[in-house]
Design a protein around this ligand. Structure first.
Ligand code: LLP
Length: 422
């Protein structure tokens, strides 16, 4: 196990470097808090999937929700990925980044009529339909537009992914997908609707999965259903097994993409359907970090606090899921005695913490890096406390690119109005 979950992060003469770029230099150039990503790390993560899938009829649809920066989307498009989207906004981003509509699948339980029209107009590859009502709405809209919507039903296989309850999605009690027992009836219905073309089947059981067994169990159920549909003359061309592969945040030992996919590919041998995957976190999570500066060290009676300039609005995962992100000093040194700190932001809530009880040997003004923050970091950030969102930077060898400017305060109240009358 390397010291850091991102192999492109290493110690240099002036503290930590991502690829060939010093984090101290990036903080000086772009300020803090900033998200910093490694192009090599995200490319390597993609290549690990691509090589595991080589020789198979397979396709990767990067889950845009994990990190939707245009530069990130553009790099994945260039690597050959399609995209899994959950909103019209994400579709616009994919197209703006140079992605192709024909390589887009559209998931989500609440697609609006406007989003369906936008996606039909663009000509996306498939709608992953999540309810009977959505199926009817999509069929009607497509027919009105004189188009045919390619569809997969997202089926809820009712397996326990053994992950955090907020990010498990394949249980019967979750809001996602159509119930397994309802799927046959809905496929028969879909096959009769002129606005629809039945193309595939989809499922996604949860996120940060560390054990391949539940996905293989879901695949067995799905393949059984596919065979029963074929026996009725409803032939499917692709089987989408969603995303979900976990990453190392602390001491987890997730399977490699190859090990995760092996039991699935085994089940597909001798079958003609295309296997589709929607990974997000495992492609970008460990490629990114959040760079932040210590404003104050605040010794306390019970706890010591390191107050940093990033907060829960920048990285919501600790506050939301009690998620662990490793915290490392960018310039490690022996300046004094290491202390244990609560790493907290400036927001006016006790829930505004980034990490608990971490041993650090640091001084005010120094830089910290919160690791494994490339997925569900920037995309879940907010402007709470009127805090402009962070800058984003992509490192590529010895070069770095500002891929999103830091927001300005004036951006935050653009569009707001005071009352015109007394
Ligand atoms: N496909 C569908 C239909 C999904 O709902 C998701 C994630 C993915 C693919 C990608 O899953 P991944 O490969 O990234 O695990 N905000 C949470 C994670 C929420 C995941 C939601 N769906 C977090 O920060 O942990």
């Amino acid at each position: 196990m390397s010291a850091y979950p991102n192999p492109t992060l290493h110690e240099g003469p002036n503290g930590l470097e991502l690829e060939g770029v010093s984090l101290v230099a990036l903080a000086e150039r772009h300020g803090t808090p900033s998200y910093v990503y490694s192009r090599e790390a995200l490319s390597a993560a993609y290549r690990a999937y691509a090589s595991a899938l080589e020789g198979h009829r397979a396709r990767i649809f990067y889950a845009v929700k994990a990190n939707s920066n245009l530069a990130v989307l553009n790099l994945f498009a260039r690597l050959g990925a399609g995209f899994d989207i959950v909103s019209g906004g994400e579709l616009s981003r994919v197209l703006a980044a140079g992605g192709k509509a024909g390589e887009v699948v559209f998931s989500g339980v609440g697609k609006s009529a406007a989003e369906m029209r936008q996606a039909l107009e663009a000509g996306i590859r498939c709608f992953n339909v999540e309810s009977a009502a959505e199926l009817e709405r999509l069929a009607a809209i497509a027919a009105q537009m004189g188009k045919v919507a390619p569809i997969a039903l997202r089926v809820n296989p009712d397996v326990d992914p053994k992950t955090h309850p907020y990010i498990s999605t394949g249980l019967r009690s979750n809001k996602f997908g159509v119930a397994f027992d309802e799927a046959m009836t809905l496929y028969r219905r879909a096959a009769t609707l002129p606005g629809l073309e039945v193309s595939g089947i989809a499922c996604h059981i949860g996120s940060q999965l560390l054990d391949p067994a539940p996905v293989a169990e879901a695949a067995d159920k799905i393949l059984g259903l596919v065979d029963r549909l074929a026996a009725e003359g409803i032939a499917l061309d692709h089987i989408d097994l969603g995303g979900g592969l976990g990453i190392r945040y602390k001491d987890e030992t997730p399977p490699s993409p190859a090990a995760y996919l092996a039991p699935l590919l085994e089940r597909f041998s001798g079958r003609s359907e295309e296997i589709c995957l929607e990974p997000g976190r495992s492609l970008i999570g460990n490629a990114g970090l959040l760079l932040t500066r210590i404003e104050y060290l605040k010794p306390g009676v019970e706890k010591n606090f390191a107050v940093v300039d990033a907060a829960m609005n920048d990285l919501a995962r600790p506050a939301l899921y009690d998620a662990f992100h490793d915290v490392v000093a960018v310039c490690p040194g022996s300046r004094g005695t290491p202390q244990r700190y609560e790493i907290v932001g400036p927001i006016c809530e006790s829930g505004d913490f980034l990490a608990h009880d971490r041993e650090l040997n640091v001084a005010p003004g120094e830089l910290l890096a919160l690791l494994s923050a490339g997925a569900y970091g920037m995309t879940m950030s907010s402007n709470y406390n009127t805090r402009p969102r962070a800058a984003e930077v992509m490192v590529d060898g010895n070069r770095s690119w500002l891929i999103r400017e830091r927001e300005q305060v004036a951006d935050l109240y653009r569009g707001e109005q005071v009352l015109a009358a007394d």
